[in-house]
Design a protein around this ligand. Structure first.
Ligand SMILES: Cc1cc2nc3c(=O)[nH]c(=O)nc-3n(C[C@H](O)[C@H](O)[C@H](O)COP(=O)(O)O)c2cc1C
Length: 228
């Protein structure tokens, strides 16, 4: 079963980014009933502090790490604050980038979108977010940017993002994300096949390497995965 974790960069109850992710969850439920999509509430994470990390006593961080470590993909929706990613989202990704060498973000498929009441849809935050994910060695899903403009006008009376144009863009993002997950699974299977045990049980066996996105860009059906 494909597991998707949804991360909103806004803590507001009426957040348009959280509304966009609820729409993503509905799309996944409708189109991939065997998949699961759960939200990671980043507002519960404390400010990153190396002392707290060393003490290892922050349950919210442990829960967040486990959720991401067990996910096949992340979908992150960010507002744009002063041309950048909100501090609360940066803080969450900083926690998830730890511990050095064993971050749950490493090798994780991650798709990005933004939403804003303004005319740019928060798109100015996306390059920094993608760079941040690259730094954390996540595998970002390349697709035409999804930046939902005038997002507050795309909510229905119940505060849900049901606007057909927004839903269509989110559906394409979901498709690209699942395609990326399929490519990664295929790559892992291919590595395992390459390193199947030899017929002669006495012969020395090669240790299969962990599939690495650093092996180069992969592409299929218009979806490109890359890691800089
Ligand atoms: C501190 C701050 C800075 C902001 N800077 C920008 C900005 O640079 N560009 C922009 O389009 N909107 C900016 N906004 C407006 C946000 O896009 C808007 O608050 C948006 O609704 C936040 O997303 P949310 O509804 O998911 O909370 C800013 C808002 C705040 C609070």
């Amino acid at each position: 079963m494909t597991k998707v974790v949804l991360i909103s960069g806004s803590l507001r109850a009426a957040s348009v980014n959280s509304a966009a992710l609820r729409a993503v969850r509905r799309i996944i439920a409708q189109t991939r009933p065997s998949a699961s999509a759960v939200s990671l509430p980043i507002g519960r994470l404390p400010f990153y502090n190396g002392d707290a990390e060393s003490a290892g006593t922050t349950p919210a961080v442990a829960v967040a790490r486990a959720l991401v470590a067990n996910a096949d993909a992340l979908v992150i929706s960010t507002p744009c604050y002063n041309g950048a990613v909100p501090g609360v989202l940066k803080n969450a990704l900083d926690w998830l980038s730890r511990p050095d060498g064993a971050s749950p973000l490493t090798g994780r498929v991650a798709a990005v979108l933004s939403a804003s009441p303004g005319g740019r849809g928060g798109i100015d935050a996306q390059p920094a977010l993608l760079d941040l994910l690259d730094s954390c060695e996540a595998i970002t899903v390349e697709h035409p940017p999804v930046a939902i403009r005038r997002a507050h006008q795309r909510l229905d009376g119940a505060g849900e993002m049901t606007d057909p144009e927004a839903v269509a863009a989110l559906r394409e993002l979901v498709d690209a994300t699942f395609e990326a997950v399929a490519i990664m699974a295929e790559q892992r299977r291919s590595v395992l096949r390459t390193h199947e045990p030899p017929r002669n049980p006495g012969a020395p066996q090669a240790v299969p390497p962990v599939p690495s996105p650093a092996a180069g860009p992969l592409s299929r059906a218009g979806v490109t995965l890359s890691r800089s």
